[in-house]
Design a protein around this ligand. Structure first.
Ligand code: URA
Length: 237
């Protein structure tokens, strides 16, 4: 697939889109040996050779970052007042135009994938694909067998929202649970447990499809996905 040259240069993380345009204007960029004229020029990163000041660039396809989201930051790329998950990353990564795949509430912790691969994000979030998301929750009142059955059946929330069948695994006396969702509605777990008379005190996502939160990552820590993880989620390394 062909991409705009300025976008492709920015995707290396070395230049912003504006800086990339400047490089092109200064005649420092060549595509397949010919000086580039405009950022709009289309390049195939799989087969094209792009040089800057004569040095060939390694054209990595996409960026995939696993973040251990801490509480207190928004799952957004920017916000005028509040800290976002992108503020936790270094400038070099922020330049790659990455975004969070789906949202966790501000007070929810755990696994968040950030990428610039829009196709993959679409596939992981598509309701048709039923990608499992697993959460650990601590509750103010234990849930029990009847609640497990209600989750498994598919609940209808007081406002009429229909939830797909979800997994509820009770830990100990049921004041800790593992919830498996196959969709991602607004505040879904908080609303489902509230419907059964129990409030969430703490919520952490531990898995999304085949991806598990690396427990070696501190809150606020991040790392690139391994090649194996990228392959498992269907990304393009
Ligand atoms: N369910 C919630 O209530 N909050 C989240 O952040 C994720 C799932």
């Amino acid at each position: 697939m062909k991409e705009r040259l300025d976008k492709l240069l920015a995707s290396t993380g070395r230049w912003s889109r504006r800086e990339a345009k400047e490089l092109i204007r200064e005649g420092r960029v060549a595509v397949d040996g010919c000086p580039a004229r405009s950022g709009e020029e289309k390049v195939d990163r799989a087969s094209g050779t792009v040089t800057v000041d004569g040095a060939a660039l390694t054209l990595q396809t996409h960026t995939y970052i696993m973040l251990h989201k801490p509480a207190g930051v928004l799952s957004a790329t920017e916000d005028p007042r509040q800290k976002t998950v992108l503020d936790l990353l270094p400038e070099e990564l922020r330049r790659r135009e990455i975004f969070p795949v789906g949202r966790l509430d501000k007070d929810t912790e755990g696994l968040l994938l950030l990428t610039d691969d829009g196709d993959l994000a679409h596939r992981l979030l598509s309701p048709k694909r039923h990608v499992d998301k697993v959460y650990y929750a601590r509750l103010d009142r234990p849930l029990g067998e009847a609640d497990r059955a209600a989750f498994a059946q598919g609940m209808v929330l007081p406002d009429g929202t229909r939830c797909r069948p979800a997994g509820l695994e009770l830990i100990g006396d049921g004041s800790e649970v593992l919830v498996t969702l196959h969709e991602g509605k607004f505040h879904q777990i908080k609303r489902m447990t509230a419907c059964r008379g129990s409030a969430v005190c703490y919520l952490k996502r531990i898995a999304m499809g085949p991806l598990r939160l690396d427990e070696g990552l501190e809150k606020g820590g991040f790392r690139p996905l391994t090649a194996e993880e990228v392959a498992k989620i269907g990304g393009k390394p």
